[in-house]
Design a protein around this ligand. Structure first.
Ligand SMILES: NC(=O)c1ccc[n+]([C@@H]2O[C@H](COP(=O)([O-])OP(=O)(O)OC[C@H]3O[C@@H](n4cnc5c(N)ncnc54)[C@H](O)[C@@H]3O)[C@@H](O)[C@H]2O)c1
Length: 256
């Protein structure tokens, strides 16, 4: 799955799933750009990757802000002059400030907007900025991280998150049709539960992860590498005929 000479931007690449995806693409030979709203985290992770012998650069960027995304791509264009791969990974769960999951009847408009702004508008802004740069080389790979929550019945108090993750699938399908003849593919992955800071924040009951294991066919929880390996393939030359698809990385806990 060589990605030598490729430049790959991973949003939310500072930690968790984004970090694992970036590491896999870096192992494949790409120069990875870790774009995270937490700029210090992005720089620390890039430093760690550099010490491990990978090519990596940290960027501070808030994907929900049009001006921040523009600044990010100005930097990408001036420093690297190309962009081959975009992984729309950054996302938020959309919890209340006390960490609770809001039911629709009590959800504030501000929380709804905040979730949509990052999980959906952020994917739009990052993708819009990437397309003209990818078109210059007539080659590109865009993969967005959706969720099993967008594919099937999910927990209560999760409507903002599930709606944002479902919308990005429809968004990606249309975008795939728009850019296909420019050598750019657009796909989504929809992972089941993985242990990260995001899920640990809501893993209140001790069966939060165990319940998910029981639902799978393979009998284990998803690892970040399961998602990263799938994305590595979707971003390879071998996957040039795969576009507009959703890959359910769920160990069989969701089967279409
Ligand atoms: N962990 C899971 O079980 C799971 C399952 C399915 C899908 N996902 C999705 O995978 C993605 C990564 O999740 P994770 O578990 O690693 O979460 P995480 O909270 O551990 O990491 C998310 C990263 O995104 C960054 N980020 C948040 N808002 C941002 C913004 N506006 N601009 C730029 N960066 C921003 C954060 O700073 C953080 O580094 C998310 O989109 C999430 O919805 C996660």
């Amino acid at each position: 799955m060589s990605k030598n000479g490729r430049v790959a931007l991973v949003t939310g690449g500072g930690r968790g799933l984004g970090k694992a995806i970036a590491e896999r693409l870096a192992r494949d030979g790409a120069h990875v750009l870790l774009a995270d709203v937490q700029g210090d985290l992005a720089s620390e992770t890039a430093k760690e990757f550099g010490e491990a012998g990978f090519k990596a650069t940290g960027l501070q960027a808030d994907i929900s802000s049009e001006s921040s995304v523009k600044k990010m791509y100005d930097e990408v264009a001036s420093k690297f002059g190309r962009l081959d791969i975009l992984i729309n990974n950054a996302g938020v769960l959309g919890l209340e400030s006390d960490g609770k999951r809001p039911l629709v009847e009590s959800m504030s408009l501000a929380l709804w907007n905040e979730t949509i702004n990052v999980n959906l508008t952020g994917v739009f802004l990052a993708s819009r900025g990437a397309i003209p740069i990818m078109k210059q080389n007539k080659w590109g790979r865009i993969v967005s991280v959706s969720s099993r929550a967008a594919r099937m019945k999910t927990g209560l108090g999760n409507s903002n998150y599930a709606a944002s993750k479902a919308a990005l699938i429809a968004f990606s399908r249309v975008m795939a049709g728009e850019v296909g003849r420019s050598g750019i593919t657009v796909n989504c992955v929809a992972p089941s539960r993985i242990v990260t800071a995001m899920t640990l924040a809501v893993a209140v009951g001790k069966d939060y992860f165990e319940k998910n294991v029981a639902e799978t066919a393979v009998g284990r929880l998803a690892e970040p590498a399961d998602v990263a390996n799938t994305i590595s393939f979707l971003c390879s030359d071998d996957a040039s005929f795969l576009t507009g698809v959703v890959v359910d990385v769920t160990g069989g806990s969701f089967m279409a």
